[in-house]
Design a protein around this ligand. Structure first.
Ligand code: B12
Length: 234
């Protein structure tokens, strides 16, 4: 079953996939225990160019990557359904129904793609709260499919950060959103990273550089040495 799912990916050069046992982590909101975490690599040339803030090319890449990921998640869901396995794809982006009062007050959705990715063994959470994948660093966008099918070979979860003393993303963040503490899976987001400061900086840079009232930045994605290392390795 896992190999058949892996074969649904368009290629293995630009994608990572992992299988997670979520235990009770999402039980309050979803009647599923297992997750398929999917990451799509972001184009290195475009990511290298956003070291000082977002560009029009990055905004286009953000939209096209969401579309591609949603398509892959839908394909995997169709395959599971054809095999009579209940599942639900979680979109890469937010939908209008996500924009609740609770979200406005917390900037938290009921589902975290990054949590599925760490549980699937794809990577850890960096100091500016990005999923740093072993293969492509933070240069990935994510989508997830939830299911109640128990996979034969789930990934080994990451439970702590591998960022060590590196503070490059912390120093580069235009919103000064992170305080440099290392993530582990018992540490809440708000202890090491301020999502509101991040959002304010995303908004300011999107207006200044793209003349749009959106929230994109990407500087932390661009400067991470793990992502740059994956560029050098091709
Ligand atoms: C709301 C949101 C925002 C908010 C708040 C961001 C935040 N970090 O919480 C704002 C507007 C600020 C924002 C900004 C950006 N965002 Co945004 N955003 C989201 C969204 C829609 C929900 C995030 C959420 O609910 N967070 C709530 C907290 C609690 O969860 P979390 O931060 O996701 O992860 C925590 C837990 O998962 C926990 N955890 C992880 N493993 C485990 C295991 C266990 C056992 C436990 C208990 C906990 C645990 O660790 C994390 C830190 O505490 C997600 C999509 C999604 N549904 O996941 C995208 C997402 C996080 N954003 C993304 C991106 C790329 C960005 C930007 C770079 C914008 C841009 N495109 O230019 C910036 C920078 C963000 C940053 N440095 O984190 C990507 C991140 C990809 C990656 N490699 O990590 C996501 C996943 C979208 C996607 N489909 O790929 N975003």
């Amino acid at each position: 079953m896992q190999n058949e799912i892996i074969n649904i990916l368009p290629n293995d050069k630009d994608y990572v996939i992992g299988f997670a046992d979520m235990g009770d982590l999402i039980r309050d909101h979803y009647p599923f225990r297992y997750a398929i975490a999917i990451g799509k690599r972001l184009d290195d040339t475009i990511i290298d160019e956003i070291e000082n803030g977002p560009t029009a090319a990055y905004y286009e890449l953000y939209k096209s990557t969401n579309d591609e990921l949603n398509g892959v998640a839908a394909k995997i869901s169709r395959f599971l359904e054809q095999n009579a396995i209940p599942c639900v794809p979680i979109q890469s982006t937010m939908t209008d129904s996500d924009l609740s009062e609770r979200f406005a007050a917390t900037l938290r959705l009921n589902f975290s793609h990054k949590m599925a990715a760490t549980r699937a063994g794809l990577g850890w959470i960096g100091k500016t709260d990005l999923l740093v994948s072993e293969k492509f660093g933070p240069r990935v966008r994510l989508a997830t499919v939830l299911t109640d099918h128990r996979f034969e070979k789930p990934g080994v979860p990451f439970t702590e950060s591998r960022c060590g003393n590196c503070n490059i993303c912390v120093d580069a963040c235009p919103g000064q959103a992170a305080n440099g503490r290392l993530w582990k899976d018992t540490l809440d987001r708000d202890v090491f990273y301020d999502a509101f400061k991040c959002r304010d900086a995303c908004r300011r840079l999107s207006i200044e550089r793209l003349d749009r009232k959106i929230h994109i930045c990407g500087i932390c994605v661009s400067v991470c040495p793990y992502g740059k290392r994956s560029t050098q390795e091709g």
